[in-house]
Design a protein around this ligand. Structure first.
Ligand SMILES: [Zn+2]
Length: 369
């Protein structure tokens, strides 16, 4: 009995010692201690100089880097700030004890020969899609970076982007770029055929180029807007659709520029392709058109849709002429174009099943290179 009582007391004392120990441990580990930073008093529980300063919200300042002539000033690139603990240089990792005094001194400004230069940023190359054929979708654009460097060491101390580079985009595809074909529609806009043509193309997701006549644009501005809104290219086919290979300079200027202005006004975009009426081209017309920044487009397949007797006749004539890289001439204006509208689904389906795919004139010329 006596023995077991002694044992119990001993156990209780042991437990008390353990509890006191734990308390002392937690007190010393987590209690806040008084610290003086730059002559201000703080109560902080952190253990290192770096943590103490962070908790106190004090960020020692780095000096500036200045060029010899003082023209270029780069903040935060001068001498590092100095930290003192009880009068001695300290690091951020130095441990702090109760009643310690921390002082921070701003880093000094440094003077160096700093030079400035503009460097080219080469564009990245991005590859999109999958397939065995590769075409350049976008050539990419270089960017520019301003660099500050120390003259003697060549060390780059700061750089900033002034112009972002645009990536070069390569598109992979199963479509053989040789098998492209561009559909073009002339002489519109003409209700209701132009919208019917556009809606069929849209349904098949086929791009196309519309060579519109200025006087028709004037009559049917909404149809031109519709073409643009549906994502089709609207290009210039002159103002009045008269032969231009036998006209004077002033007439040529007028025919091209007025139509150009009407298209730009209604689509918000300037046309860049010109197709001479009846494909009639001479040197003066070519010179006038290219001087205005245009490329000239004729055609290589003419299925004579404007005089065909059936949709099937148009399709057959087209298929007999088509070759990889062809430009197909069709009409959404200049008369009743029901036959063209009726032939269009067949034109698209037959070309597709023969392995062709559809591009705009821009793409046709870009992919050719
Ligand atoms: Zn025409």
């Amino acid at each position: 009995m006596n023995i077991s009582r002694k044992k119990l007391i001993a156990q209780l004392i042991a437990a008390a010692i353990v509890l006191i120990g734990i308390e002392v441990f937690f007190y010393s580990a987590y209690a806040k201690i008084p610290i003086k930073i730059n002559n201000e008093k703080f109560l902080i529980k952190e253990k290192t100089v770096g943590d103490v300063l962070k908790t106190a919200g004090i960020k020692p300042k780095t000096g500036k880097l200045l060029s010899f002539d003082g023209e270029i000033v780069l903040d935060d690139l001068g001498e590092e700030p100095r930290i003192y603990l009880d009068g001695y240089r300290a690091k951020e990792s130095t441990l702090v004890s109760r009643g310690a005094r921390i002082d921070t001194v701003r880093g000094r400004n440094l003077r160096e020969a700093i030079k400035e230069r503009i460097q080219e940023i080469r564009p990245r190359t991005i590859i999109k899609g999958s397939g065995q054929f590769i075409v350049t979708e976008s050539p990419g654009l270089s960017g520019e970076r301003r660099e500050y460097y120390l003259e003697r060491s060549g060390l780059i101390v700061k750089s900033e982007i002034i112009k972002r580079a645009k990536p070069k985009i390569l598109k992979r595809s199963d479509e053989d770029p040789k098998m492209m074909v561009a559909l073009t529609f002339d002489d519109g806009p003409t209700p209701p055929f132009t919208r019917q043509v556009a809606d069929i193309l849209k349904r098949y997701e086929v791009p196309a180029t519309f060579f519109v006549v200025g006087t028709q644009v004037l009559k049917y501005p909404d149809t031109v807007k519709y073409l643009k809104d549906q994502g089709f290219n609207v290009e210039n086919h002159s103002l009045t659709h008269s032969r231009l290979d036998n006209k004077e300079q002033a007439v040529l200027d007028n025919e091209i520029q007025q139509s150009h202005d009407l298209i730009t006004l209604n689509t918000g975009e300037s046309p860049r392709w010109f197709r001479p009426p009846y494909g009639r081209l001479n040197g003066m017309l070519g010179e006038t058109v290219t001087r205005k920044g245009y490329s000239i487009a004729l055609w290589s397949v003419d299925p004579m849709d404007w005089r065909a007797e059936s949709p099937e006749a148009i399709i057959q004539m087209m298929m007999s002429q088509v070759k990889p890289g062809a430009i197909v001439l069709l009409h959404d204006g200049g008369g009743d174009r029901q036959m063209t509208v009726a032939a269009l689904p067949g034109i698209i389906e037959r070309l597709k099943s023969a392995g062709y795919f559809f591009v705009t004139l821009d793409q046709l010329y870009k992919y050719r290179q």
